[in-house]
Design a binder for this molecule. Structure first.
Ligand code: ASP
Length: 590
């Protein structure tokens, strides 16, 4: 016994009737029933109903029961008794019993909480975050933290069983680019010099492979200074893995086994092997490199149906080898009012569309929409056949370059799935593989890594690095869960010369590359083995397991979208002395 209590508040059952027990917890609800007082006592395991009867406890005990208030922590001693006929509560684990209290000790008092400690509450997020410690007392938050703990324990265990070695890498390090801005930490002893908090342990885990660790993992904090518009946090957790003397299939097979074991421990079956879809298949079929395949509504390339169309936009697209007509069938949306359908072009614009063509199929077999009149009967028949059209369907079209058309229809597919309330049953797991090595970064006007600069190009395409870099593939794989990128990784370059060549293609000159990554390239020259790895986004996976709609719901102390911690008011100014110690002066932007 390492506790003040003999049982938790979620533990007592009918079999315990007659026992004398000690419980600790917080007063949750208190009901005064003229003479009898009932209290729900709550701890992290559940709640137990307490009864204070003036005939069965001394006067002081009963008086205390009259004064206790919600969220006071107390300790009680009492006897377990069955609830009276008709009062049992089947929905509650402890619903068959109650505890008749003979002694109570008030361990502390509490101010009235700023919001009810209940799962069904609509308190604003900033109040929840300001008093996060109270928010965590709510059973659903507590359950999320437990789920996260269970899953991360399970995955550690699965990795340990596969002979992975857990190694901690430093948080004070050098810039490790994963495509975001670094958080910098000034050095006191070397004025004007800075550490960067790692965006991921990428370089360090590669160095561990050079060091012969062979199988490494870490539940690692990663730091990325990004604008937090989406559901992002400046610091988040990855289950980071690296292996050496392996090929891509070895890494993926090992990961599948580890992931399926960890998911099984939290009650989620994953049938193996996982489906593998190439990047281009995913884009062409789902319009996304992280598709949710439970939604149906696959994209169809209908370009060739409209070679002779009267509708000029379509016939000229069909004549241009770089333009595609992609379509989805949003079943049921054809019955929407015209105005509601017309509003969809605004949604499509958010995904980069210049307009949105559509044909709606009425229940009576007629068609509506501004472009339908241009289609010949043969075109309409071909469209019906290609898109498996039934009465009440709505076919949406995007006309653009292959990738753009895919992305627009991919965005519309997700939007229509939400709008039509398509049920997502169970979980959807798959790999997306074979990403291109580079994409063209419009803003910078240069090549950028699709994953990161250390990714191994597809060996058979290395020749294309000079002539057609965008055609070069890579050894990469993303783990997709329920339409979210839940993890990603790849094989790494283990040849110093090739690494330098890739860095130059990304815009580094030799000197700059050496300054930032010289230590990596030097290490690669000392017998670096073939290697590959992966990182799983722990926050996102736990969010999906919990059925939550934000990663904040599975983090104990998340920050707001502007990066603030509302409890401690971080970030906050520091004293002039602290600044001077690290040789810094602040400049005001006003
Ligand atoms: N370091 C990569 C990331 O953070 C994952 C990996 O390639 O292992 O996304």
């Amino acid at each position: 016994m390492f506790s003040m209590h003999t049982h938790t508040c979620g533990e007592l059952r009918r079999e315990d009737v007659g026992k004398t027990v000690t419980l600790t917890g917080w007063v949750w609800h208190r009901r005064d029933h003229g003479g009898l007082i009932f209290v729900d006592l709550r701890d992290r395991e559940g709640l137990t109903q307490l009864q204070f009867d003036p005939d069965l406890c001394d006067e002081e005990c009963f008086r205390t029961a009259e004064t206790i208030r919600p969220e006071w922590p107390v300790k009680v001693v009492g006897r377990v008794q069955p609830r009276i006929e008709g009062q049992a509560n089947d929905r509650l684990a402890t619903g068959a019993i109650e505890v008749i209290v003979s002694e109570i000790v008030v361990l502390n008092t509490s101010k009235t909480p700023p919001f009810p400690i209940e799962d069904d509450m609509d308190t604003a997020d900033d109040i929840r975050l300001r008093y996060r410690y109270l928010d965590i007392r709510r059973p659903s938050m507590m359950a999320n933290l437990r789920l996260r703990s269970d899953f991360s324990f399970a995955i550690r265990q699965a990795l340990h069983d596969e002979l992975f070695c857990e190694v901690e890498t430093p948080a004070l390090f050098k810039s490790t680019p994963e495509g975001a801005r670094d958080f910098l930490v000034p050095s006191r002893t070397q004025p004007g010099h800075f550490y960067a908090l790692p965006q991921s342990p990428q370089l360090l885990k590669q160095l561990l492979m050079v060091g012969g660790v062979e199988r490494y993992y870490q539940v690692a904090k990663c730091f990325r200074d990004e604008d937090l518009r989406a559901d992002r946090q400046p610091e988040f957790t990855q289950v980071d893995v690296e292996m050496s003397f392996v090929e891509q299939d070895d890494v993926m097979n090992c990961l599948e086994s580890v992931l399926s074991k960890a998911f099984a421990k939290v009650g989620v079956e994953m049938s193996l092997p996982l489906r593998r879809i190439s990047y281009w298949d995913a884009m062409d079929t789902y319009g996304s490199d992280k598709p949710d395949t439970r939604l149906g509504m696959e994209l169809h390339d209908v370009t060739n149906l409209f070679g002779d169309s009267q509708f000029k936009l379509f016939s000229s697209a069909a004549a241009d080898p770089d333009t595609y007509i992609k379509a989805i069938n949003a079943k049921g949306a054809g019955t929407w009012a015209r105005a509601k359908i017309d509003k969809l072009s605004g949604v499509a614009a958010e995904f980069g569309a210049k307009g949105l063509a559509y044909v709606a199929f009425n229940e009576d077999g007629s068609v509506k929409g501004p472009i339908a009149k241009f289609f010949s009967d043969a075109e309409m028949d071909a469209l019906r056949a290609e898109m498996a059209v039934e009465p009440g369907d709505l076919v949406l079209f995007a006309v653009d370059s292959r990738l753009k058309a895919d992305e627009i229809m991919g965005g519309m597919r997700n939007h229509m799935a939400d709008a039509l309330g398509i049920e997502r049953e169970g979980h959807d797991f798959l790999w997306v593989v074979d990403f291109p090595l580079f994409h063209w970064d419009e803003e910078r006007g240069g090549y950028a890594s699709e994953h990161q600069p250390f990714t191994q190009p597809e060996e058979s395409q290395i020749d294309l690095l000079d002539s057609d870099p965008l055609a070069v593939g890579s050894h990469t794989y993303d783990f997709v869960m329920d339409g979210f990128e839940a993890g990603g990784g790849g094989m790494r370059i283990h040849d110093a010369e090739l690494q330098m060549r890739i860095l130059k293609m990304l815009g580094f000159d030799e000197e700059g590359a050496k300054e930032q990554f010289g230590f990596l390239m030097e290490a690669l020259e000392f017998g670096a083995p073939p290697m590959g790895g992966f990182a799983l986004g722990l926050d996102r996976v736990c969010m999906l397991l919990a059925g939550a709609d934000s990663i904040r719901e599975v983090m104990a102390f998340p920050k707001t979208t502007s990066g603030s911690d509302l409890m401690s008011a971080a970030p906050s100014p520091v004293s002039d002395r602290q600044l001077e110690e690290v040789s810094l002066k602040t400049i005001s932007h006003e």
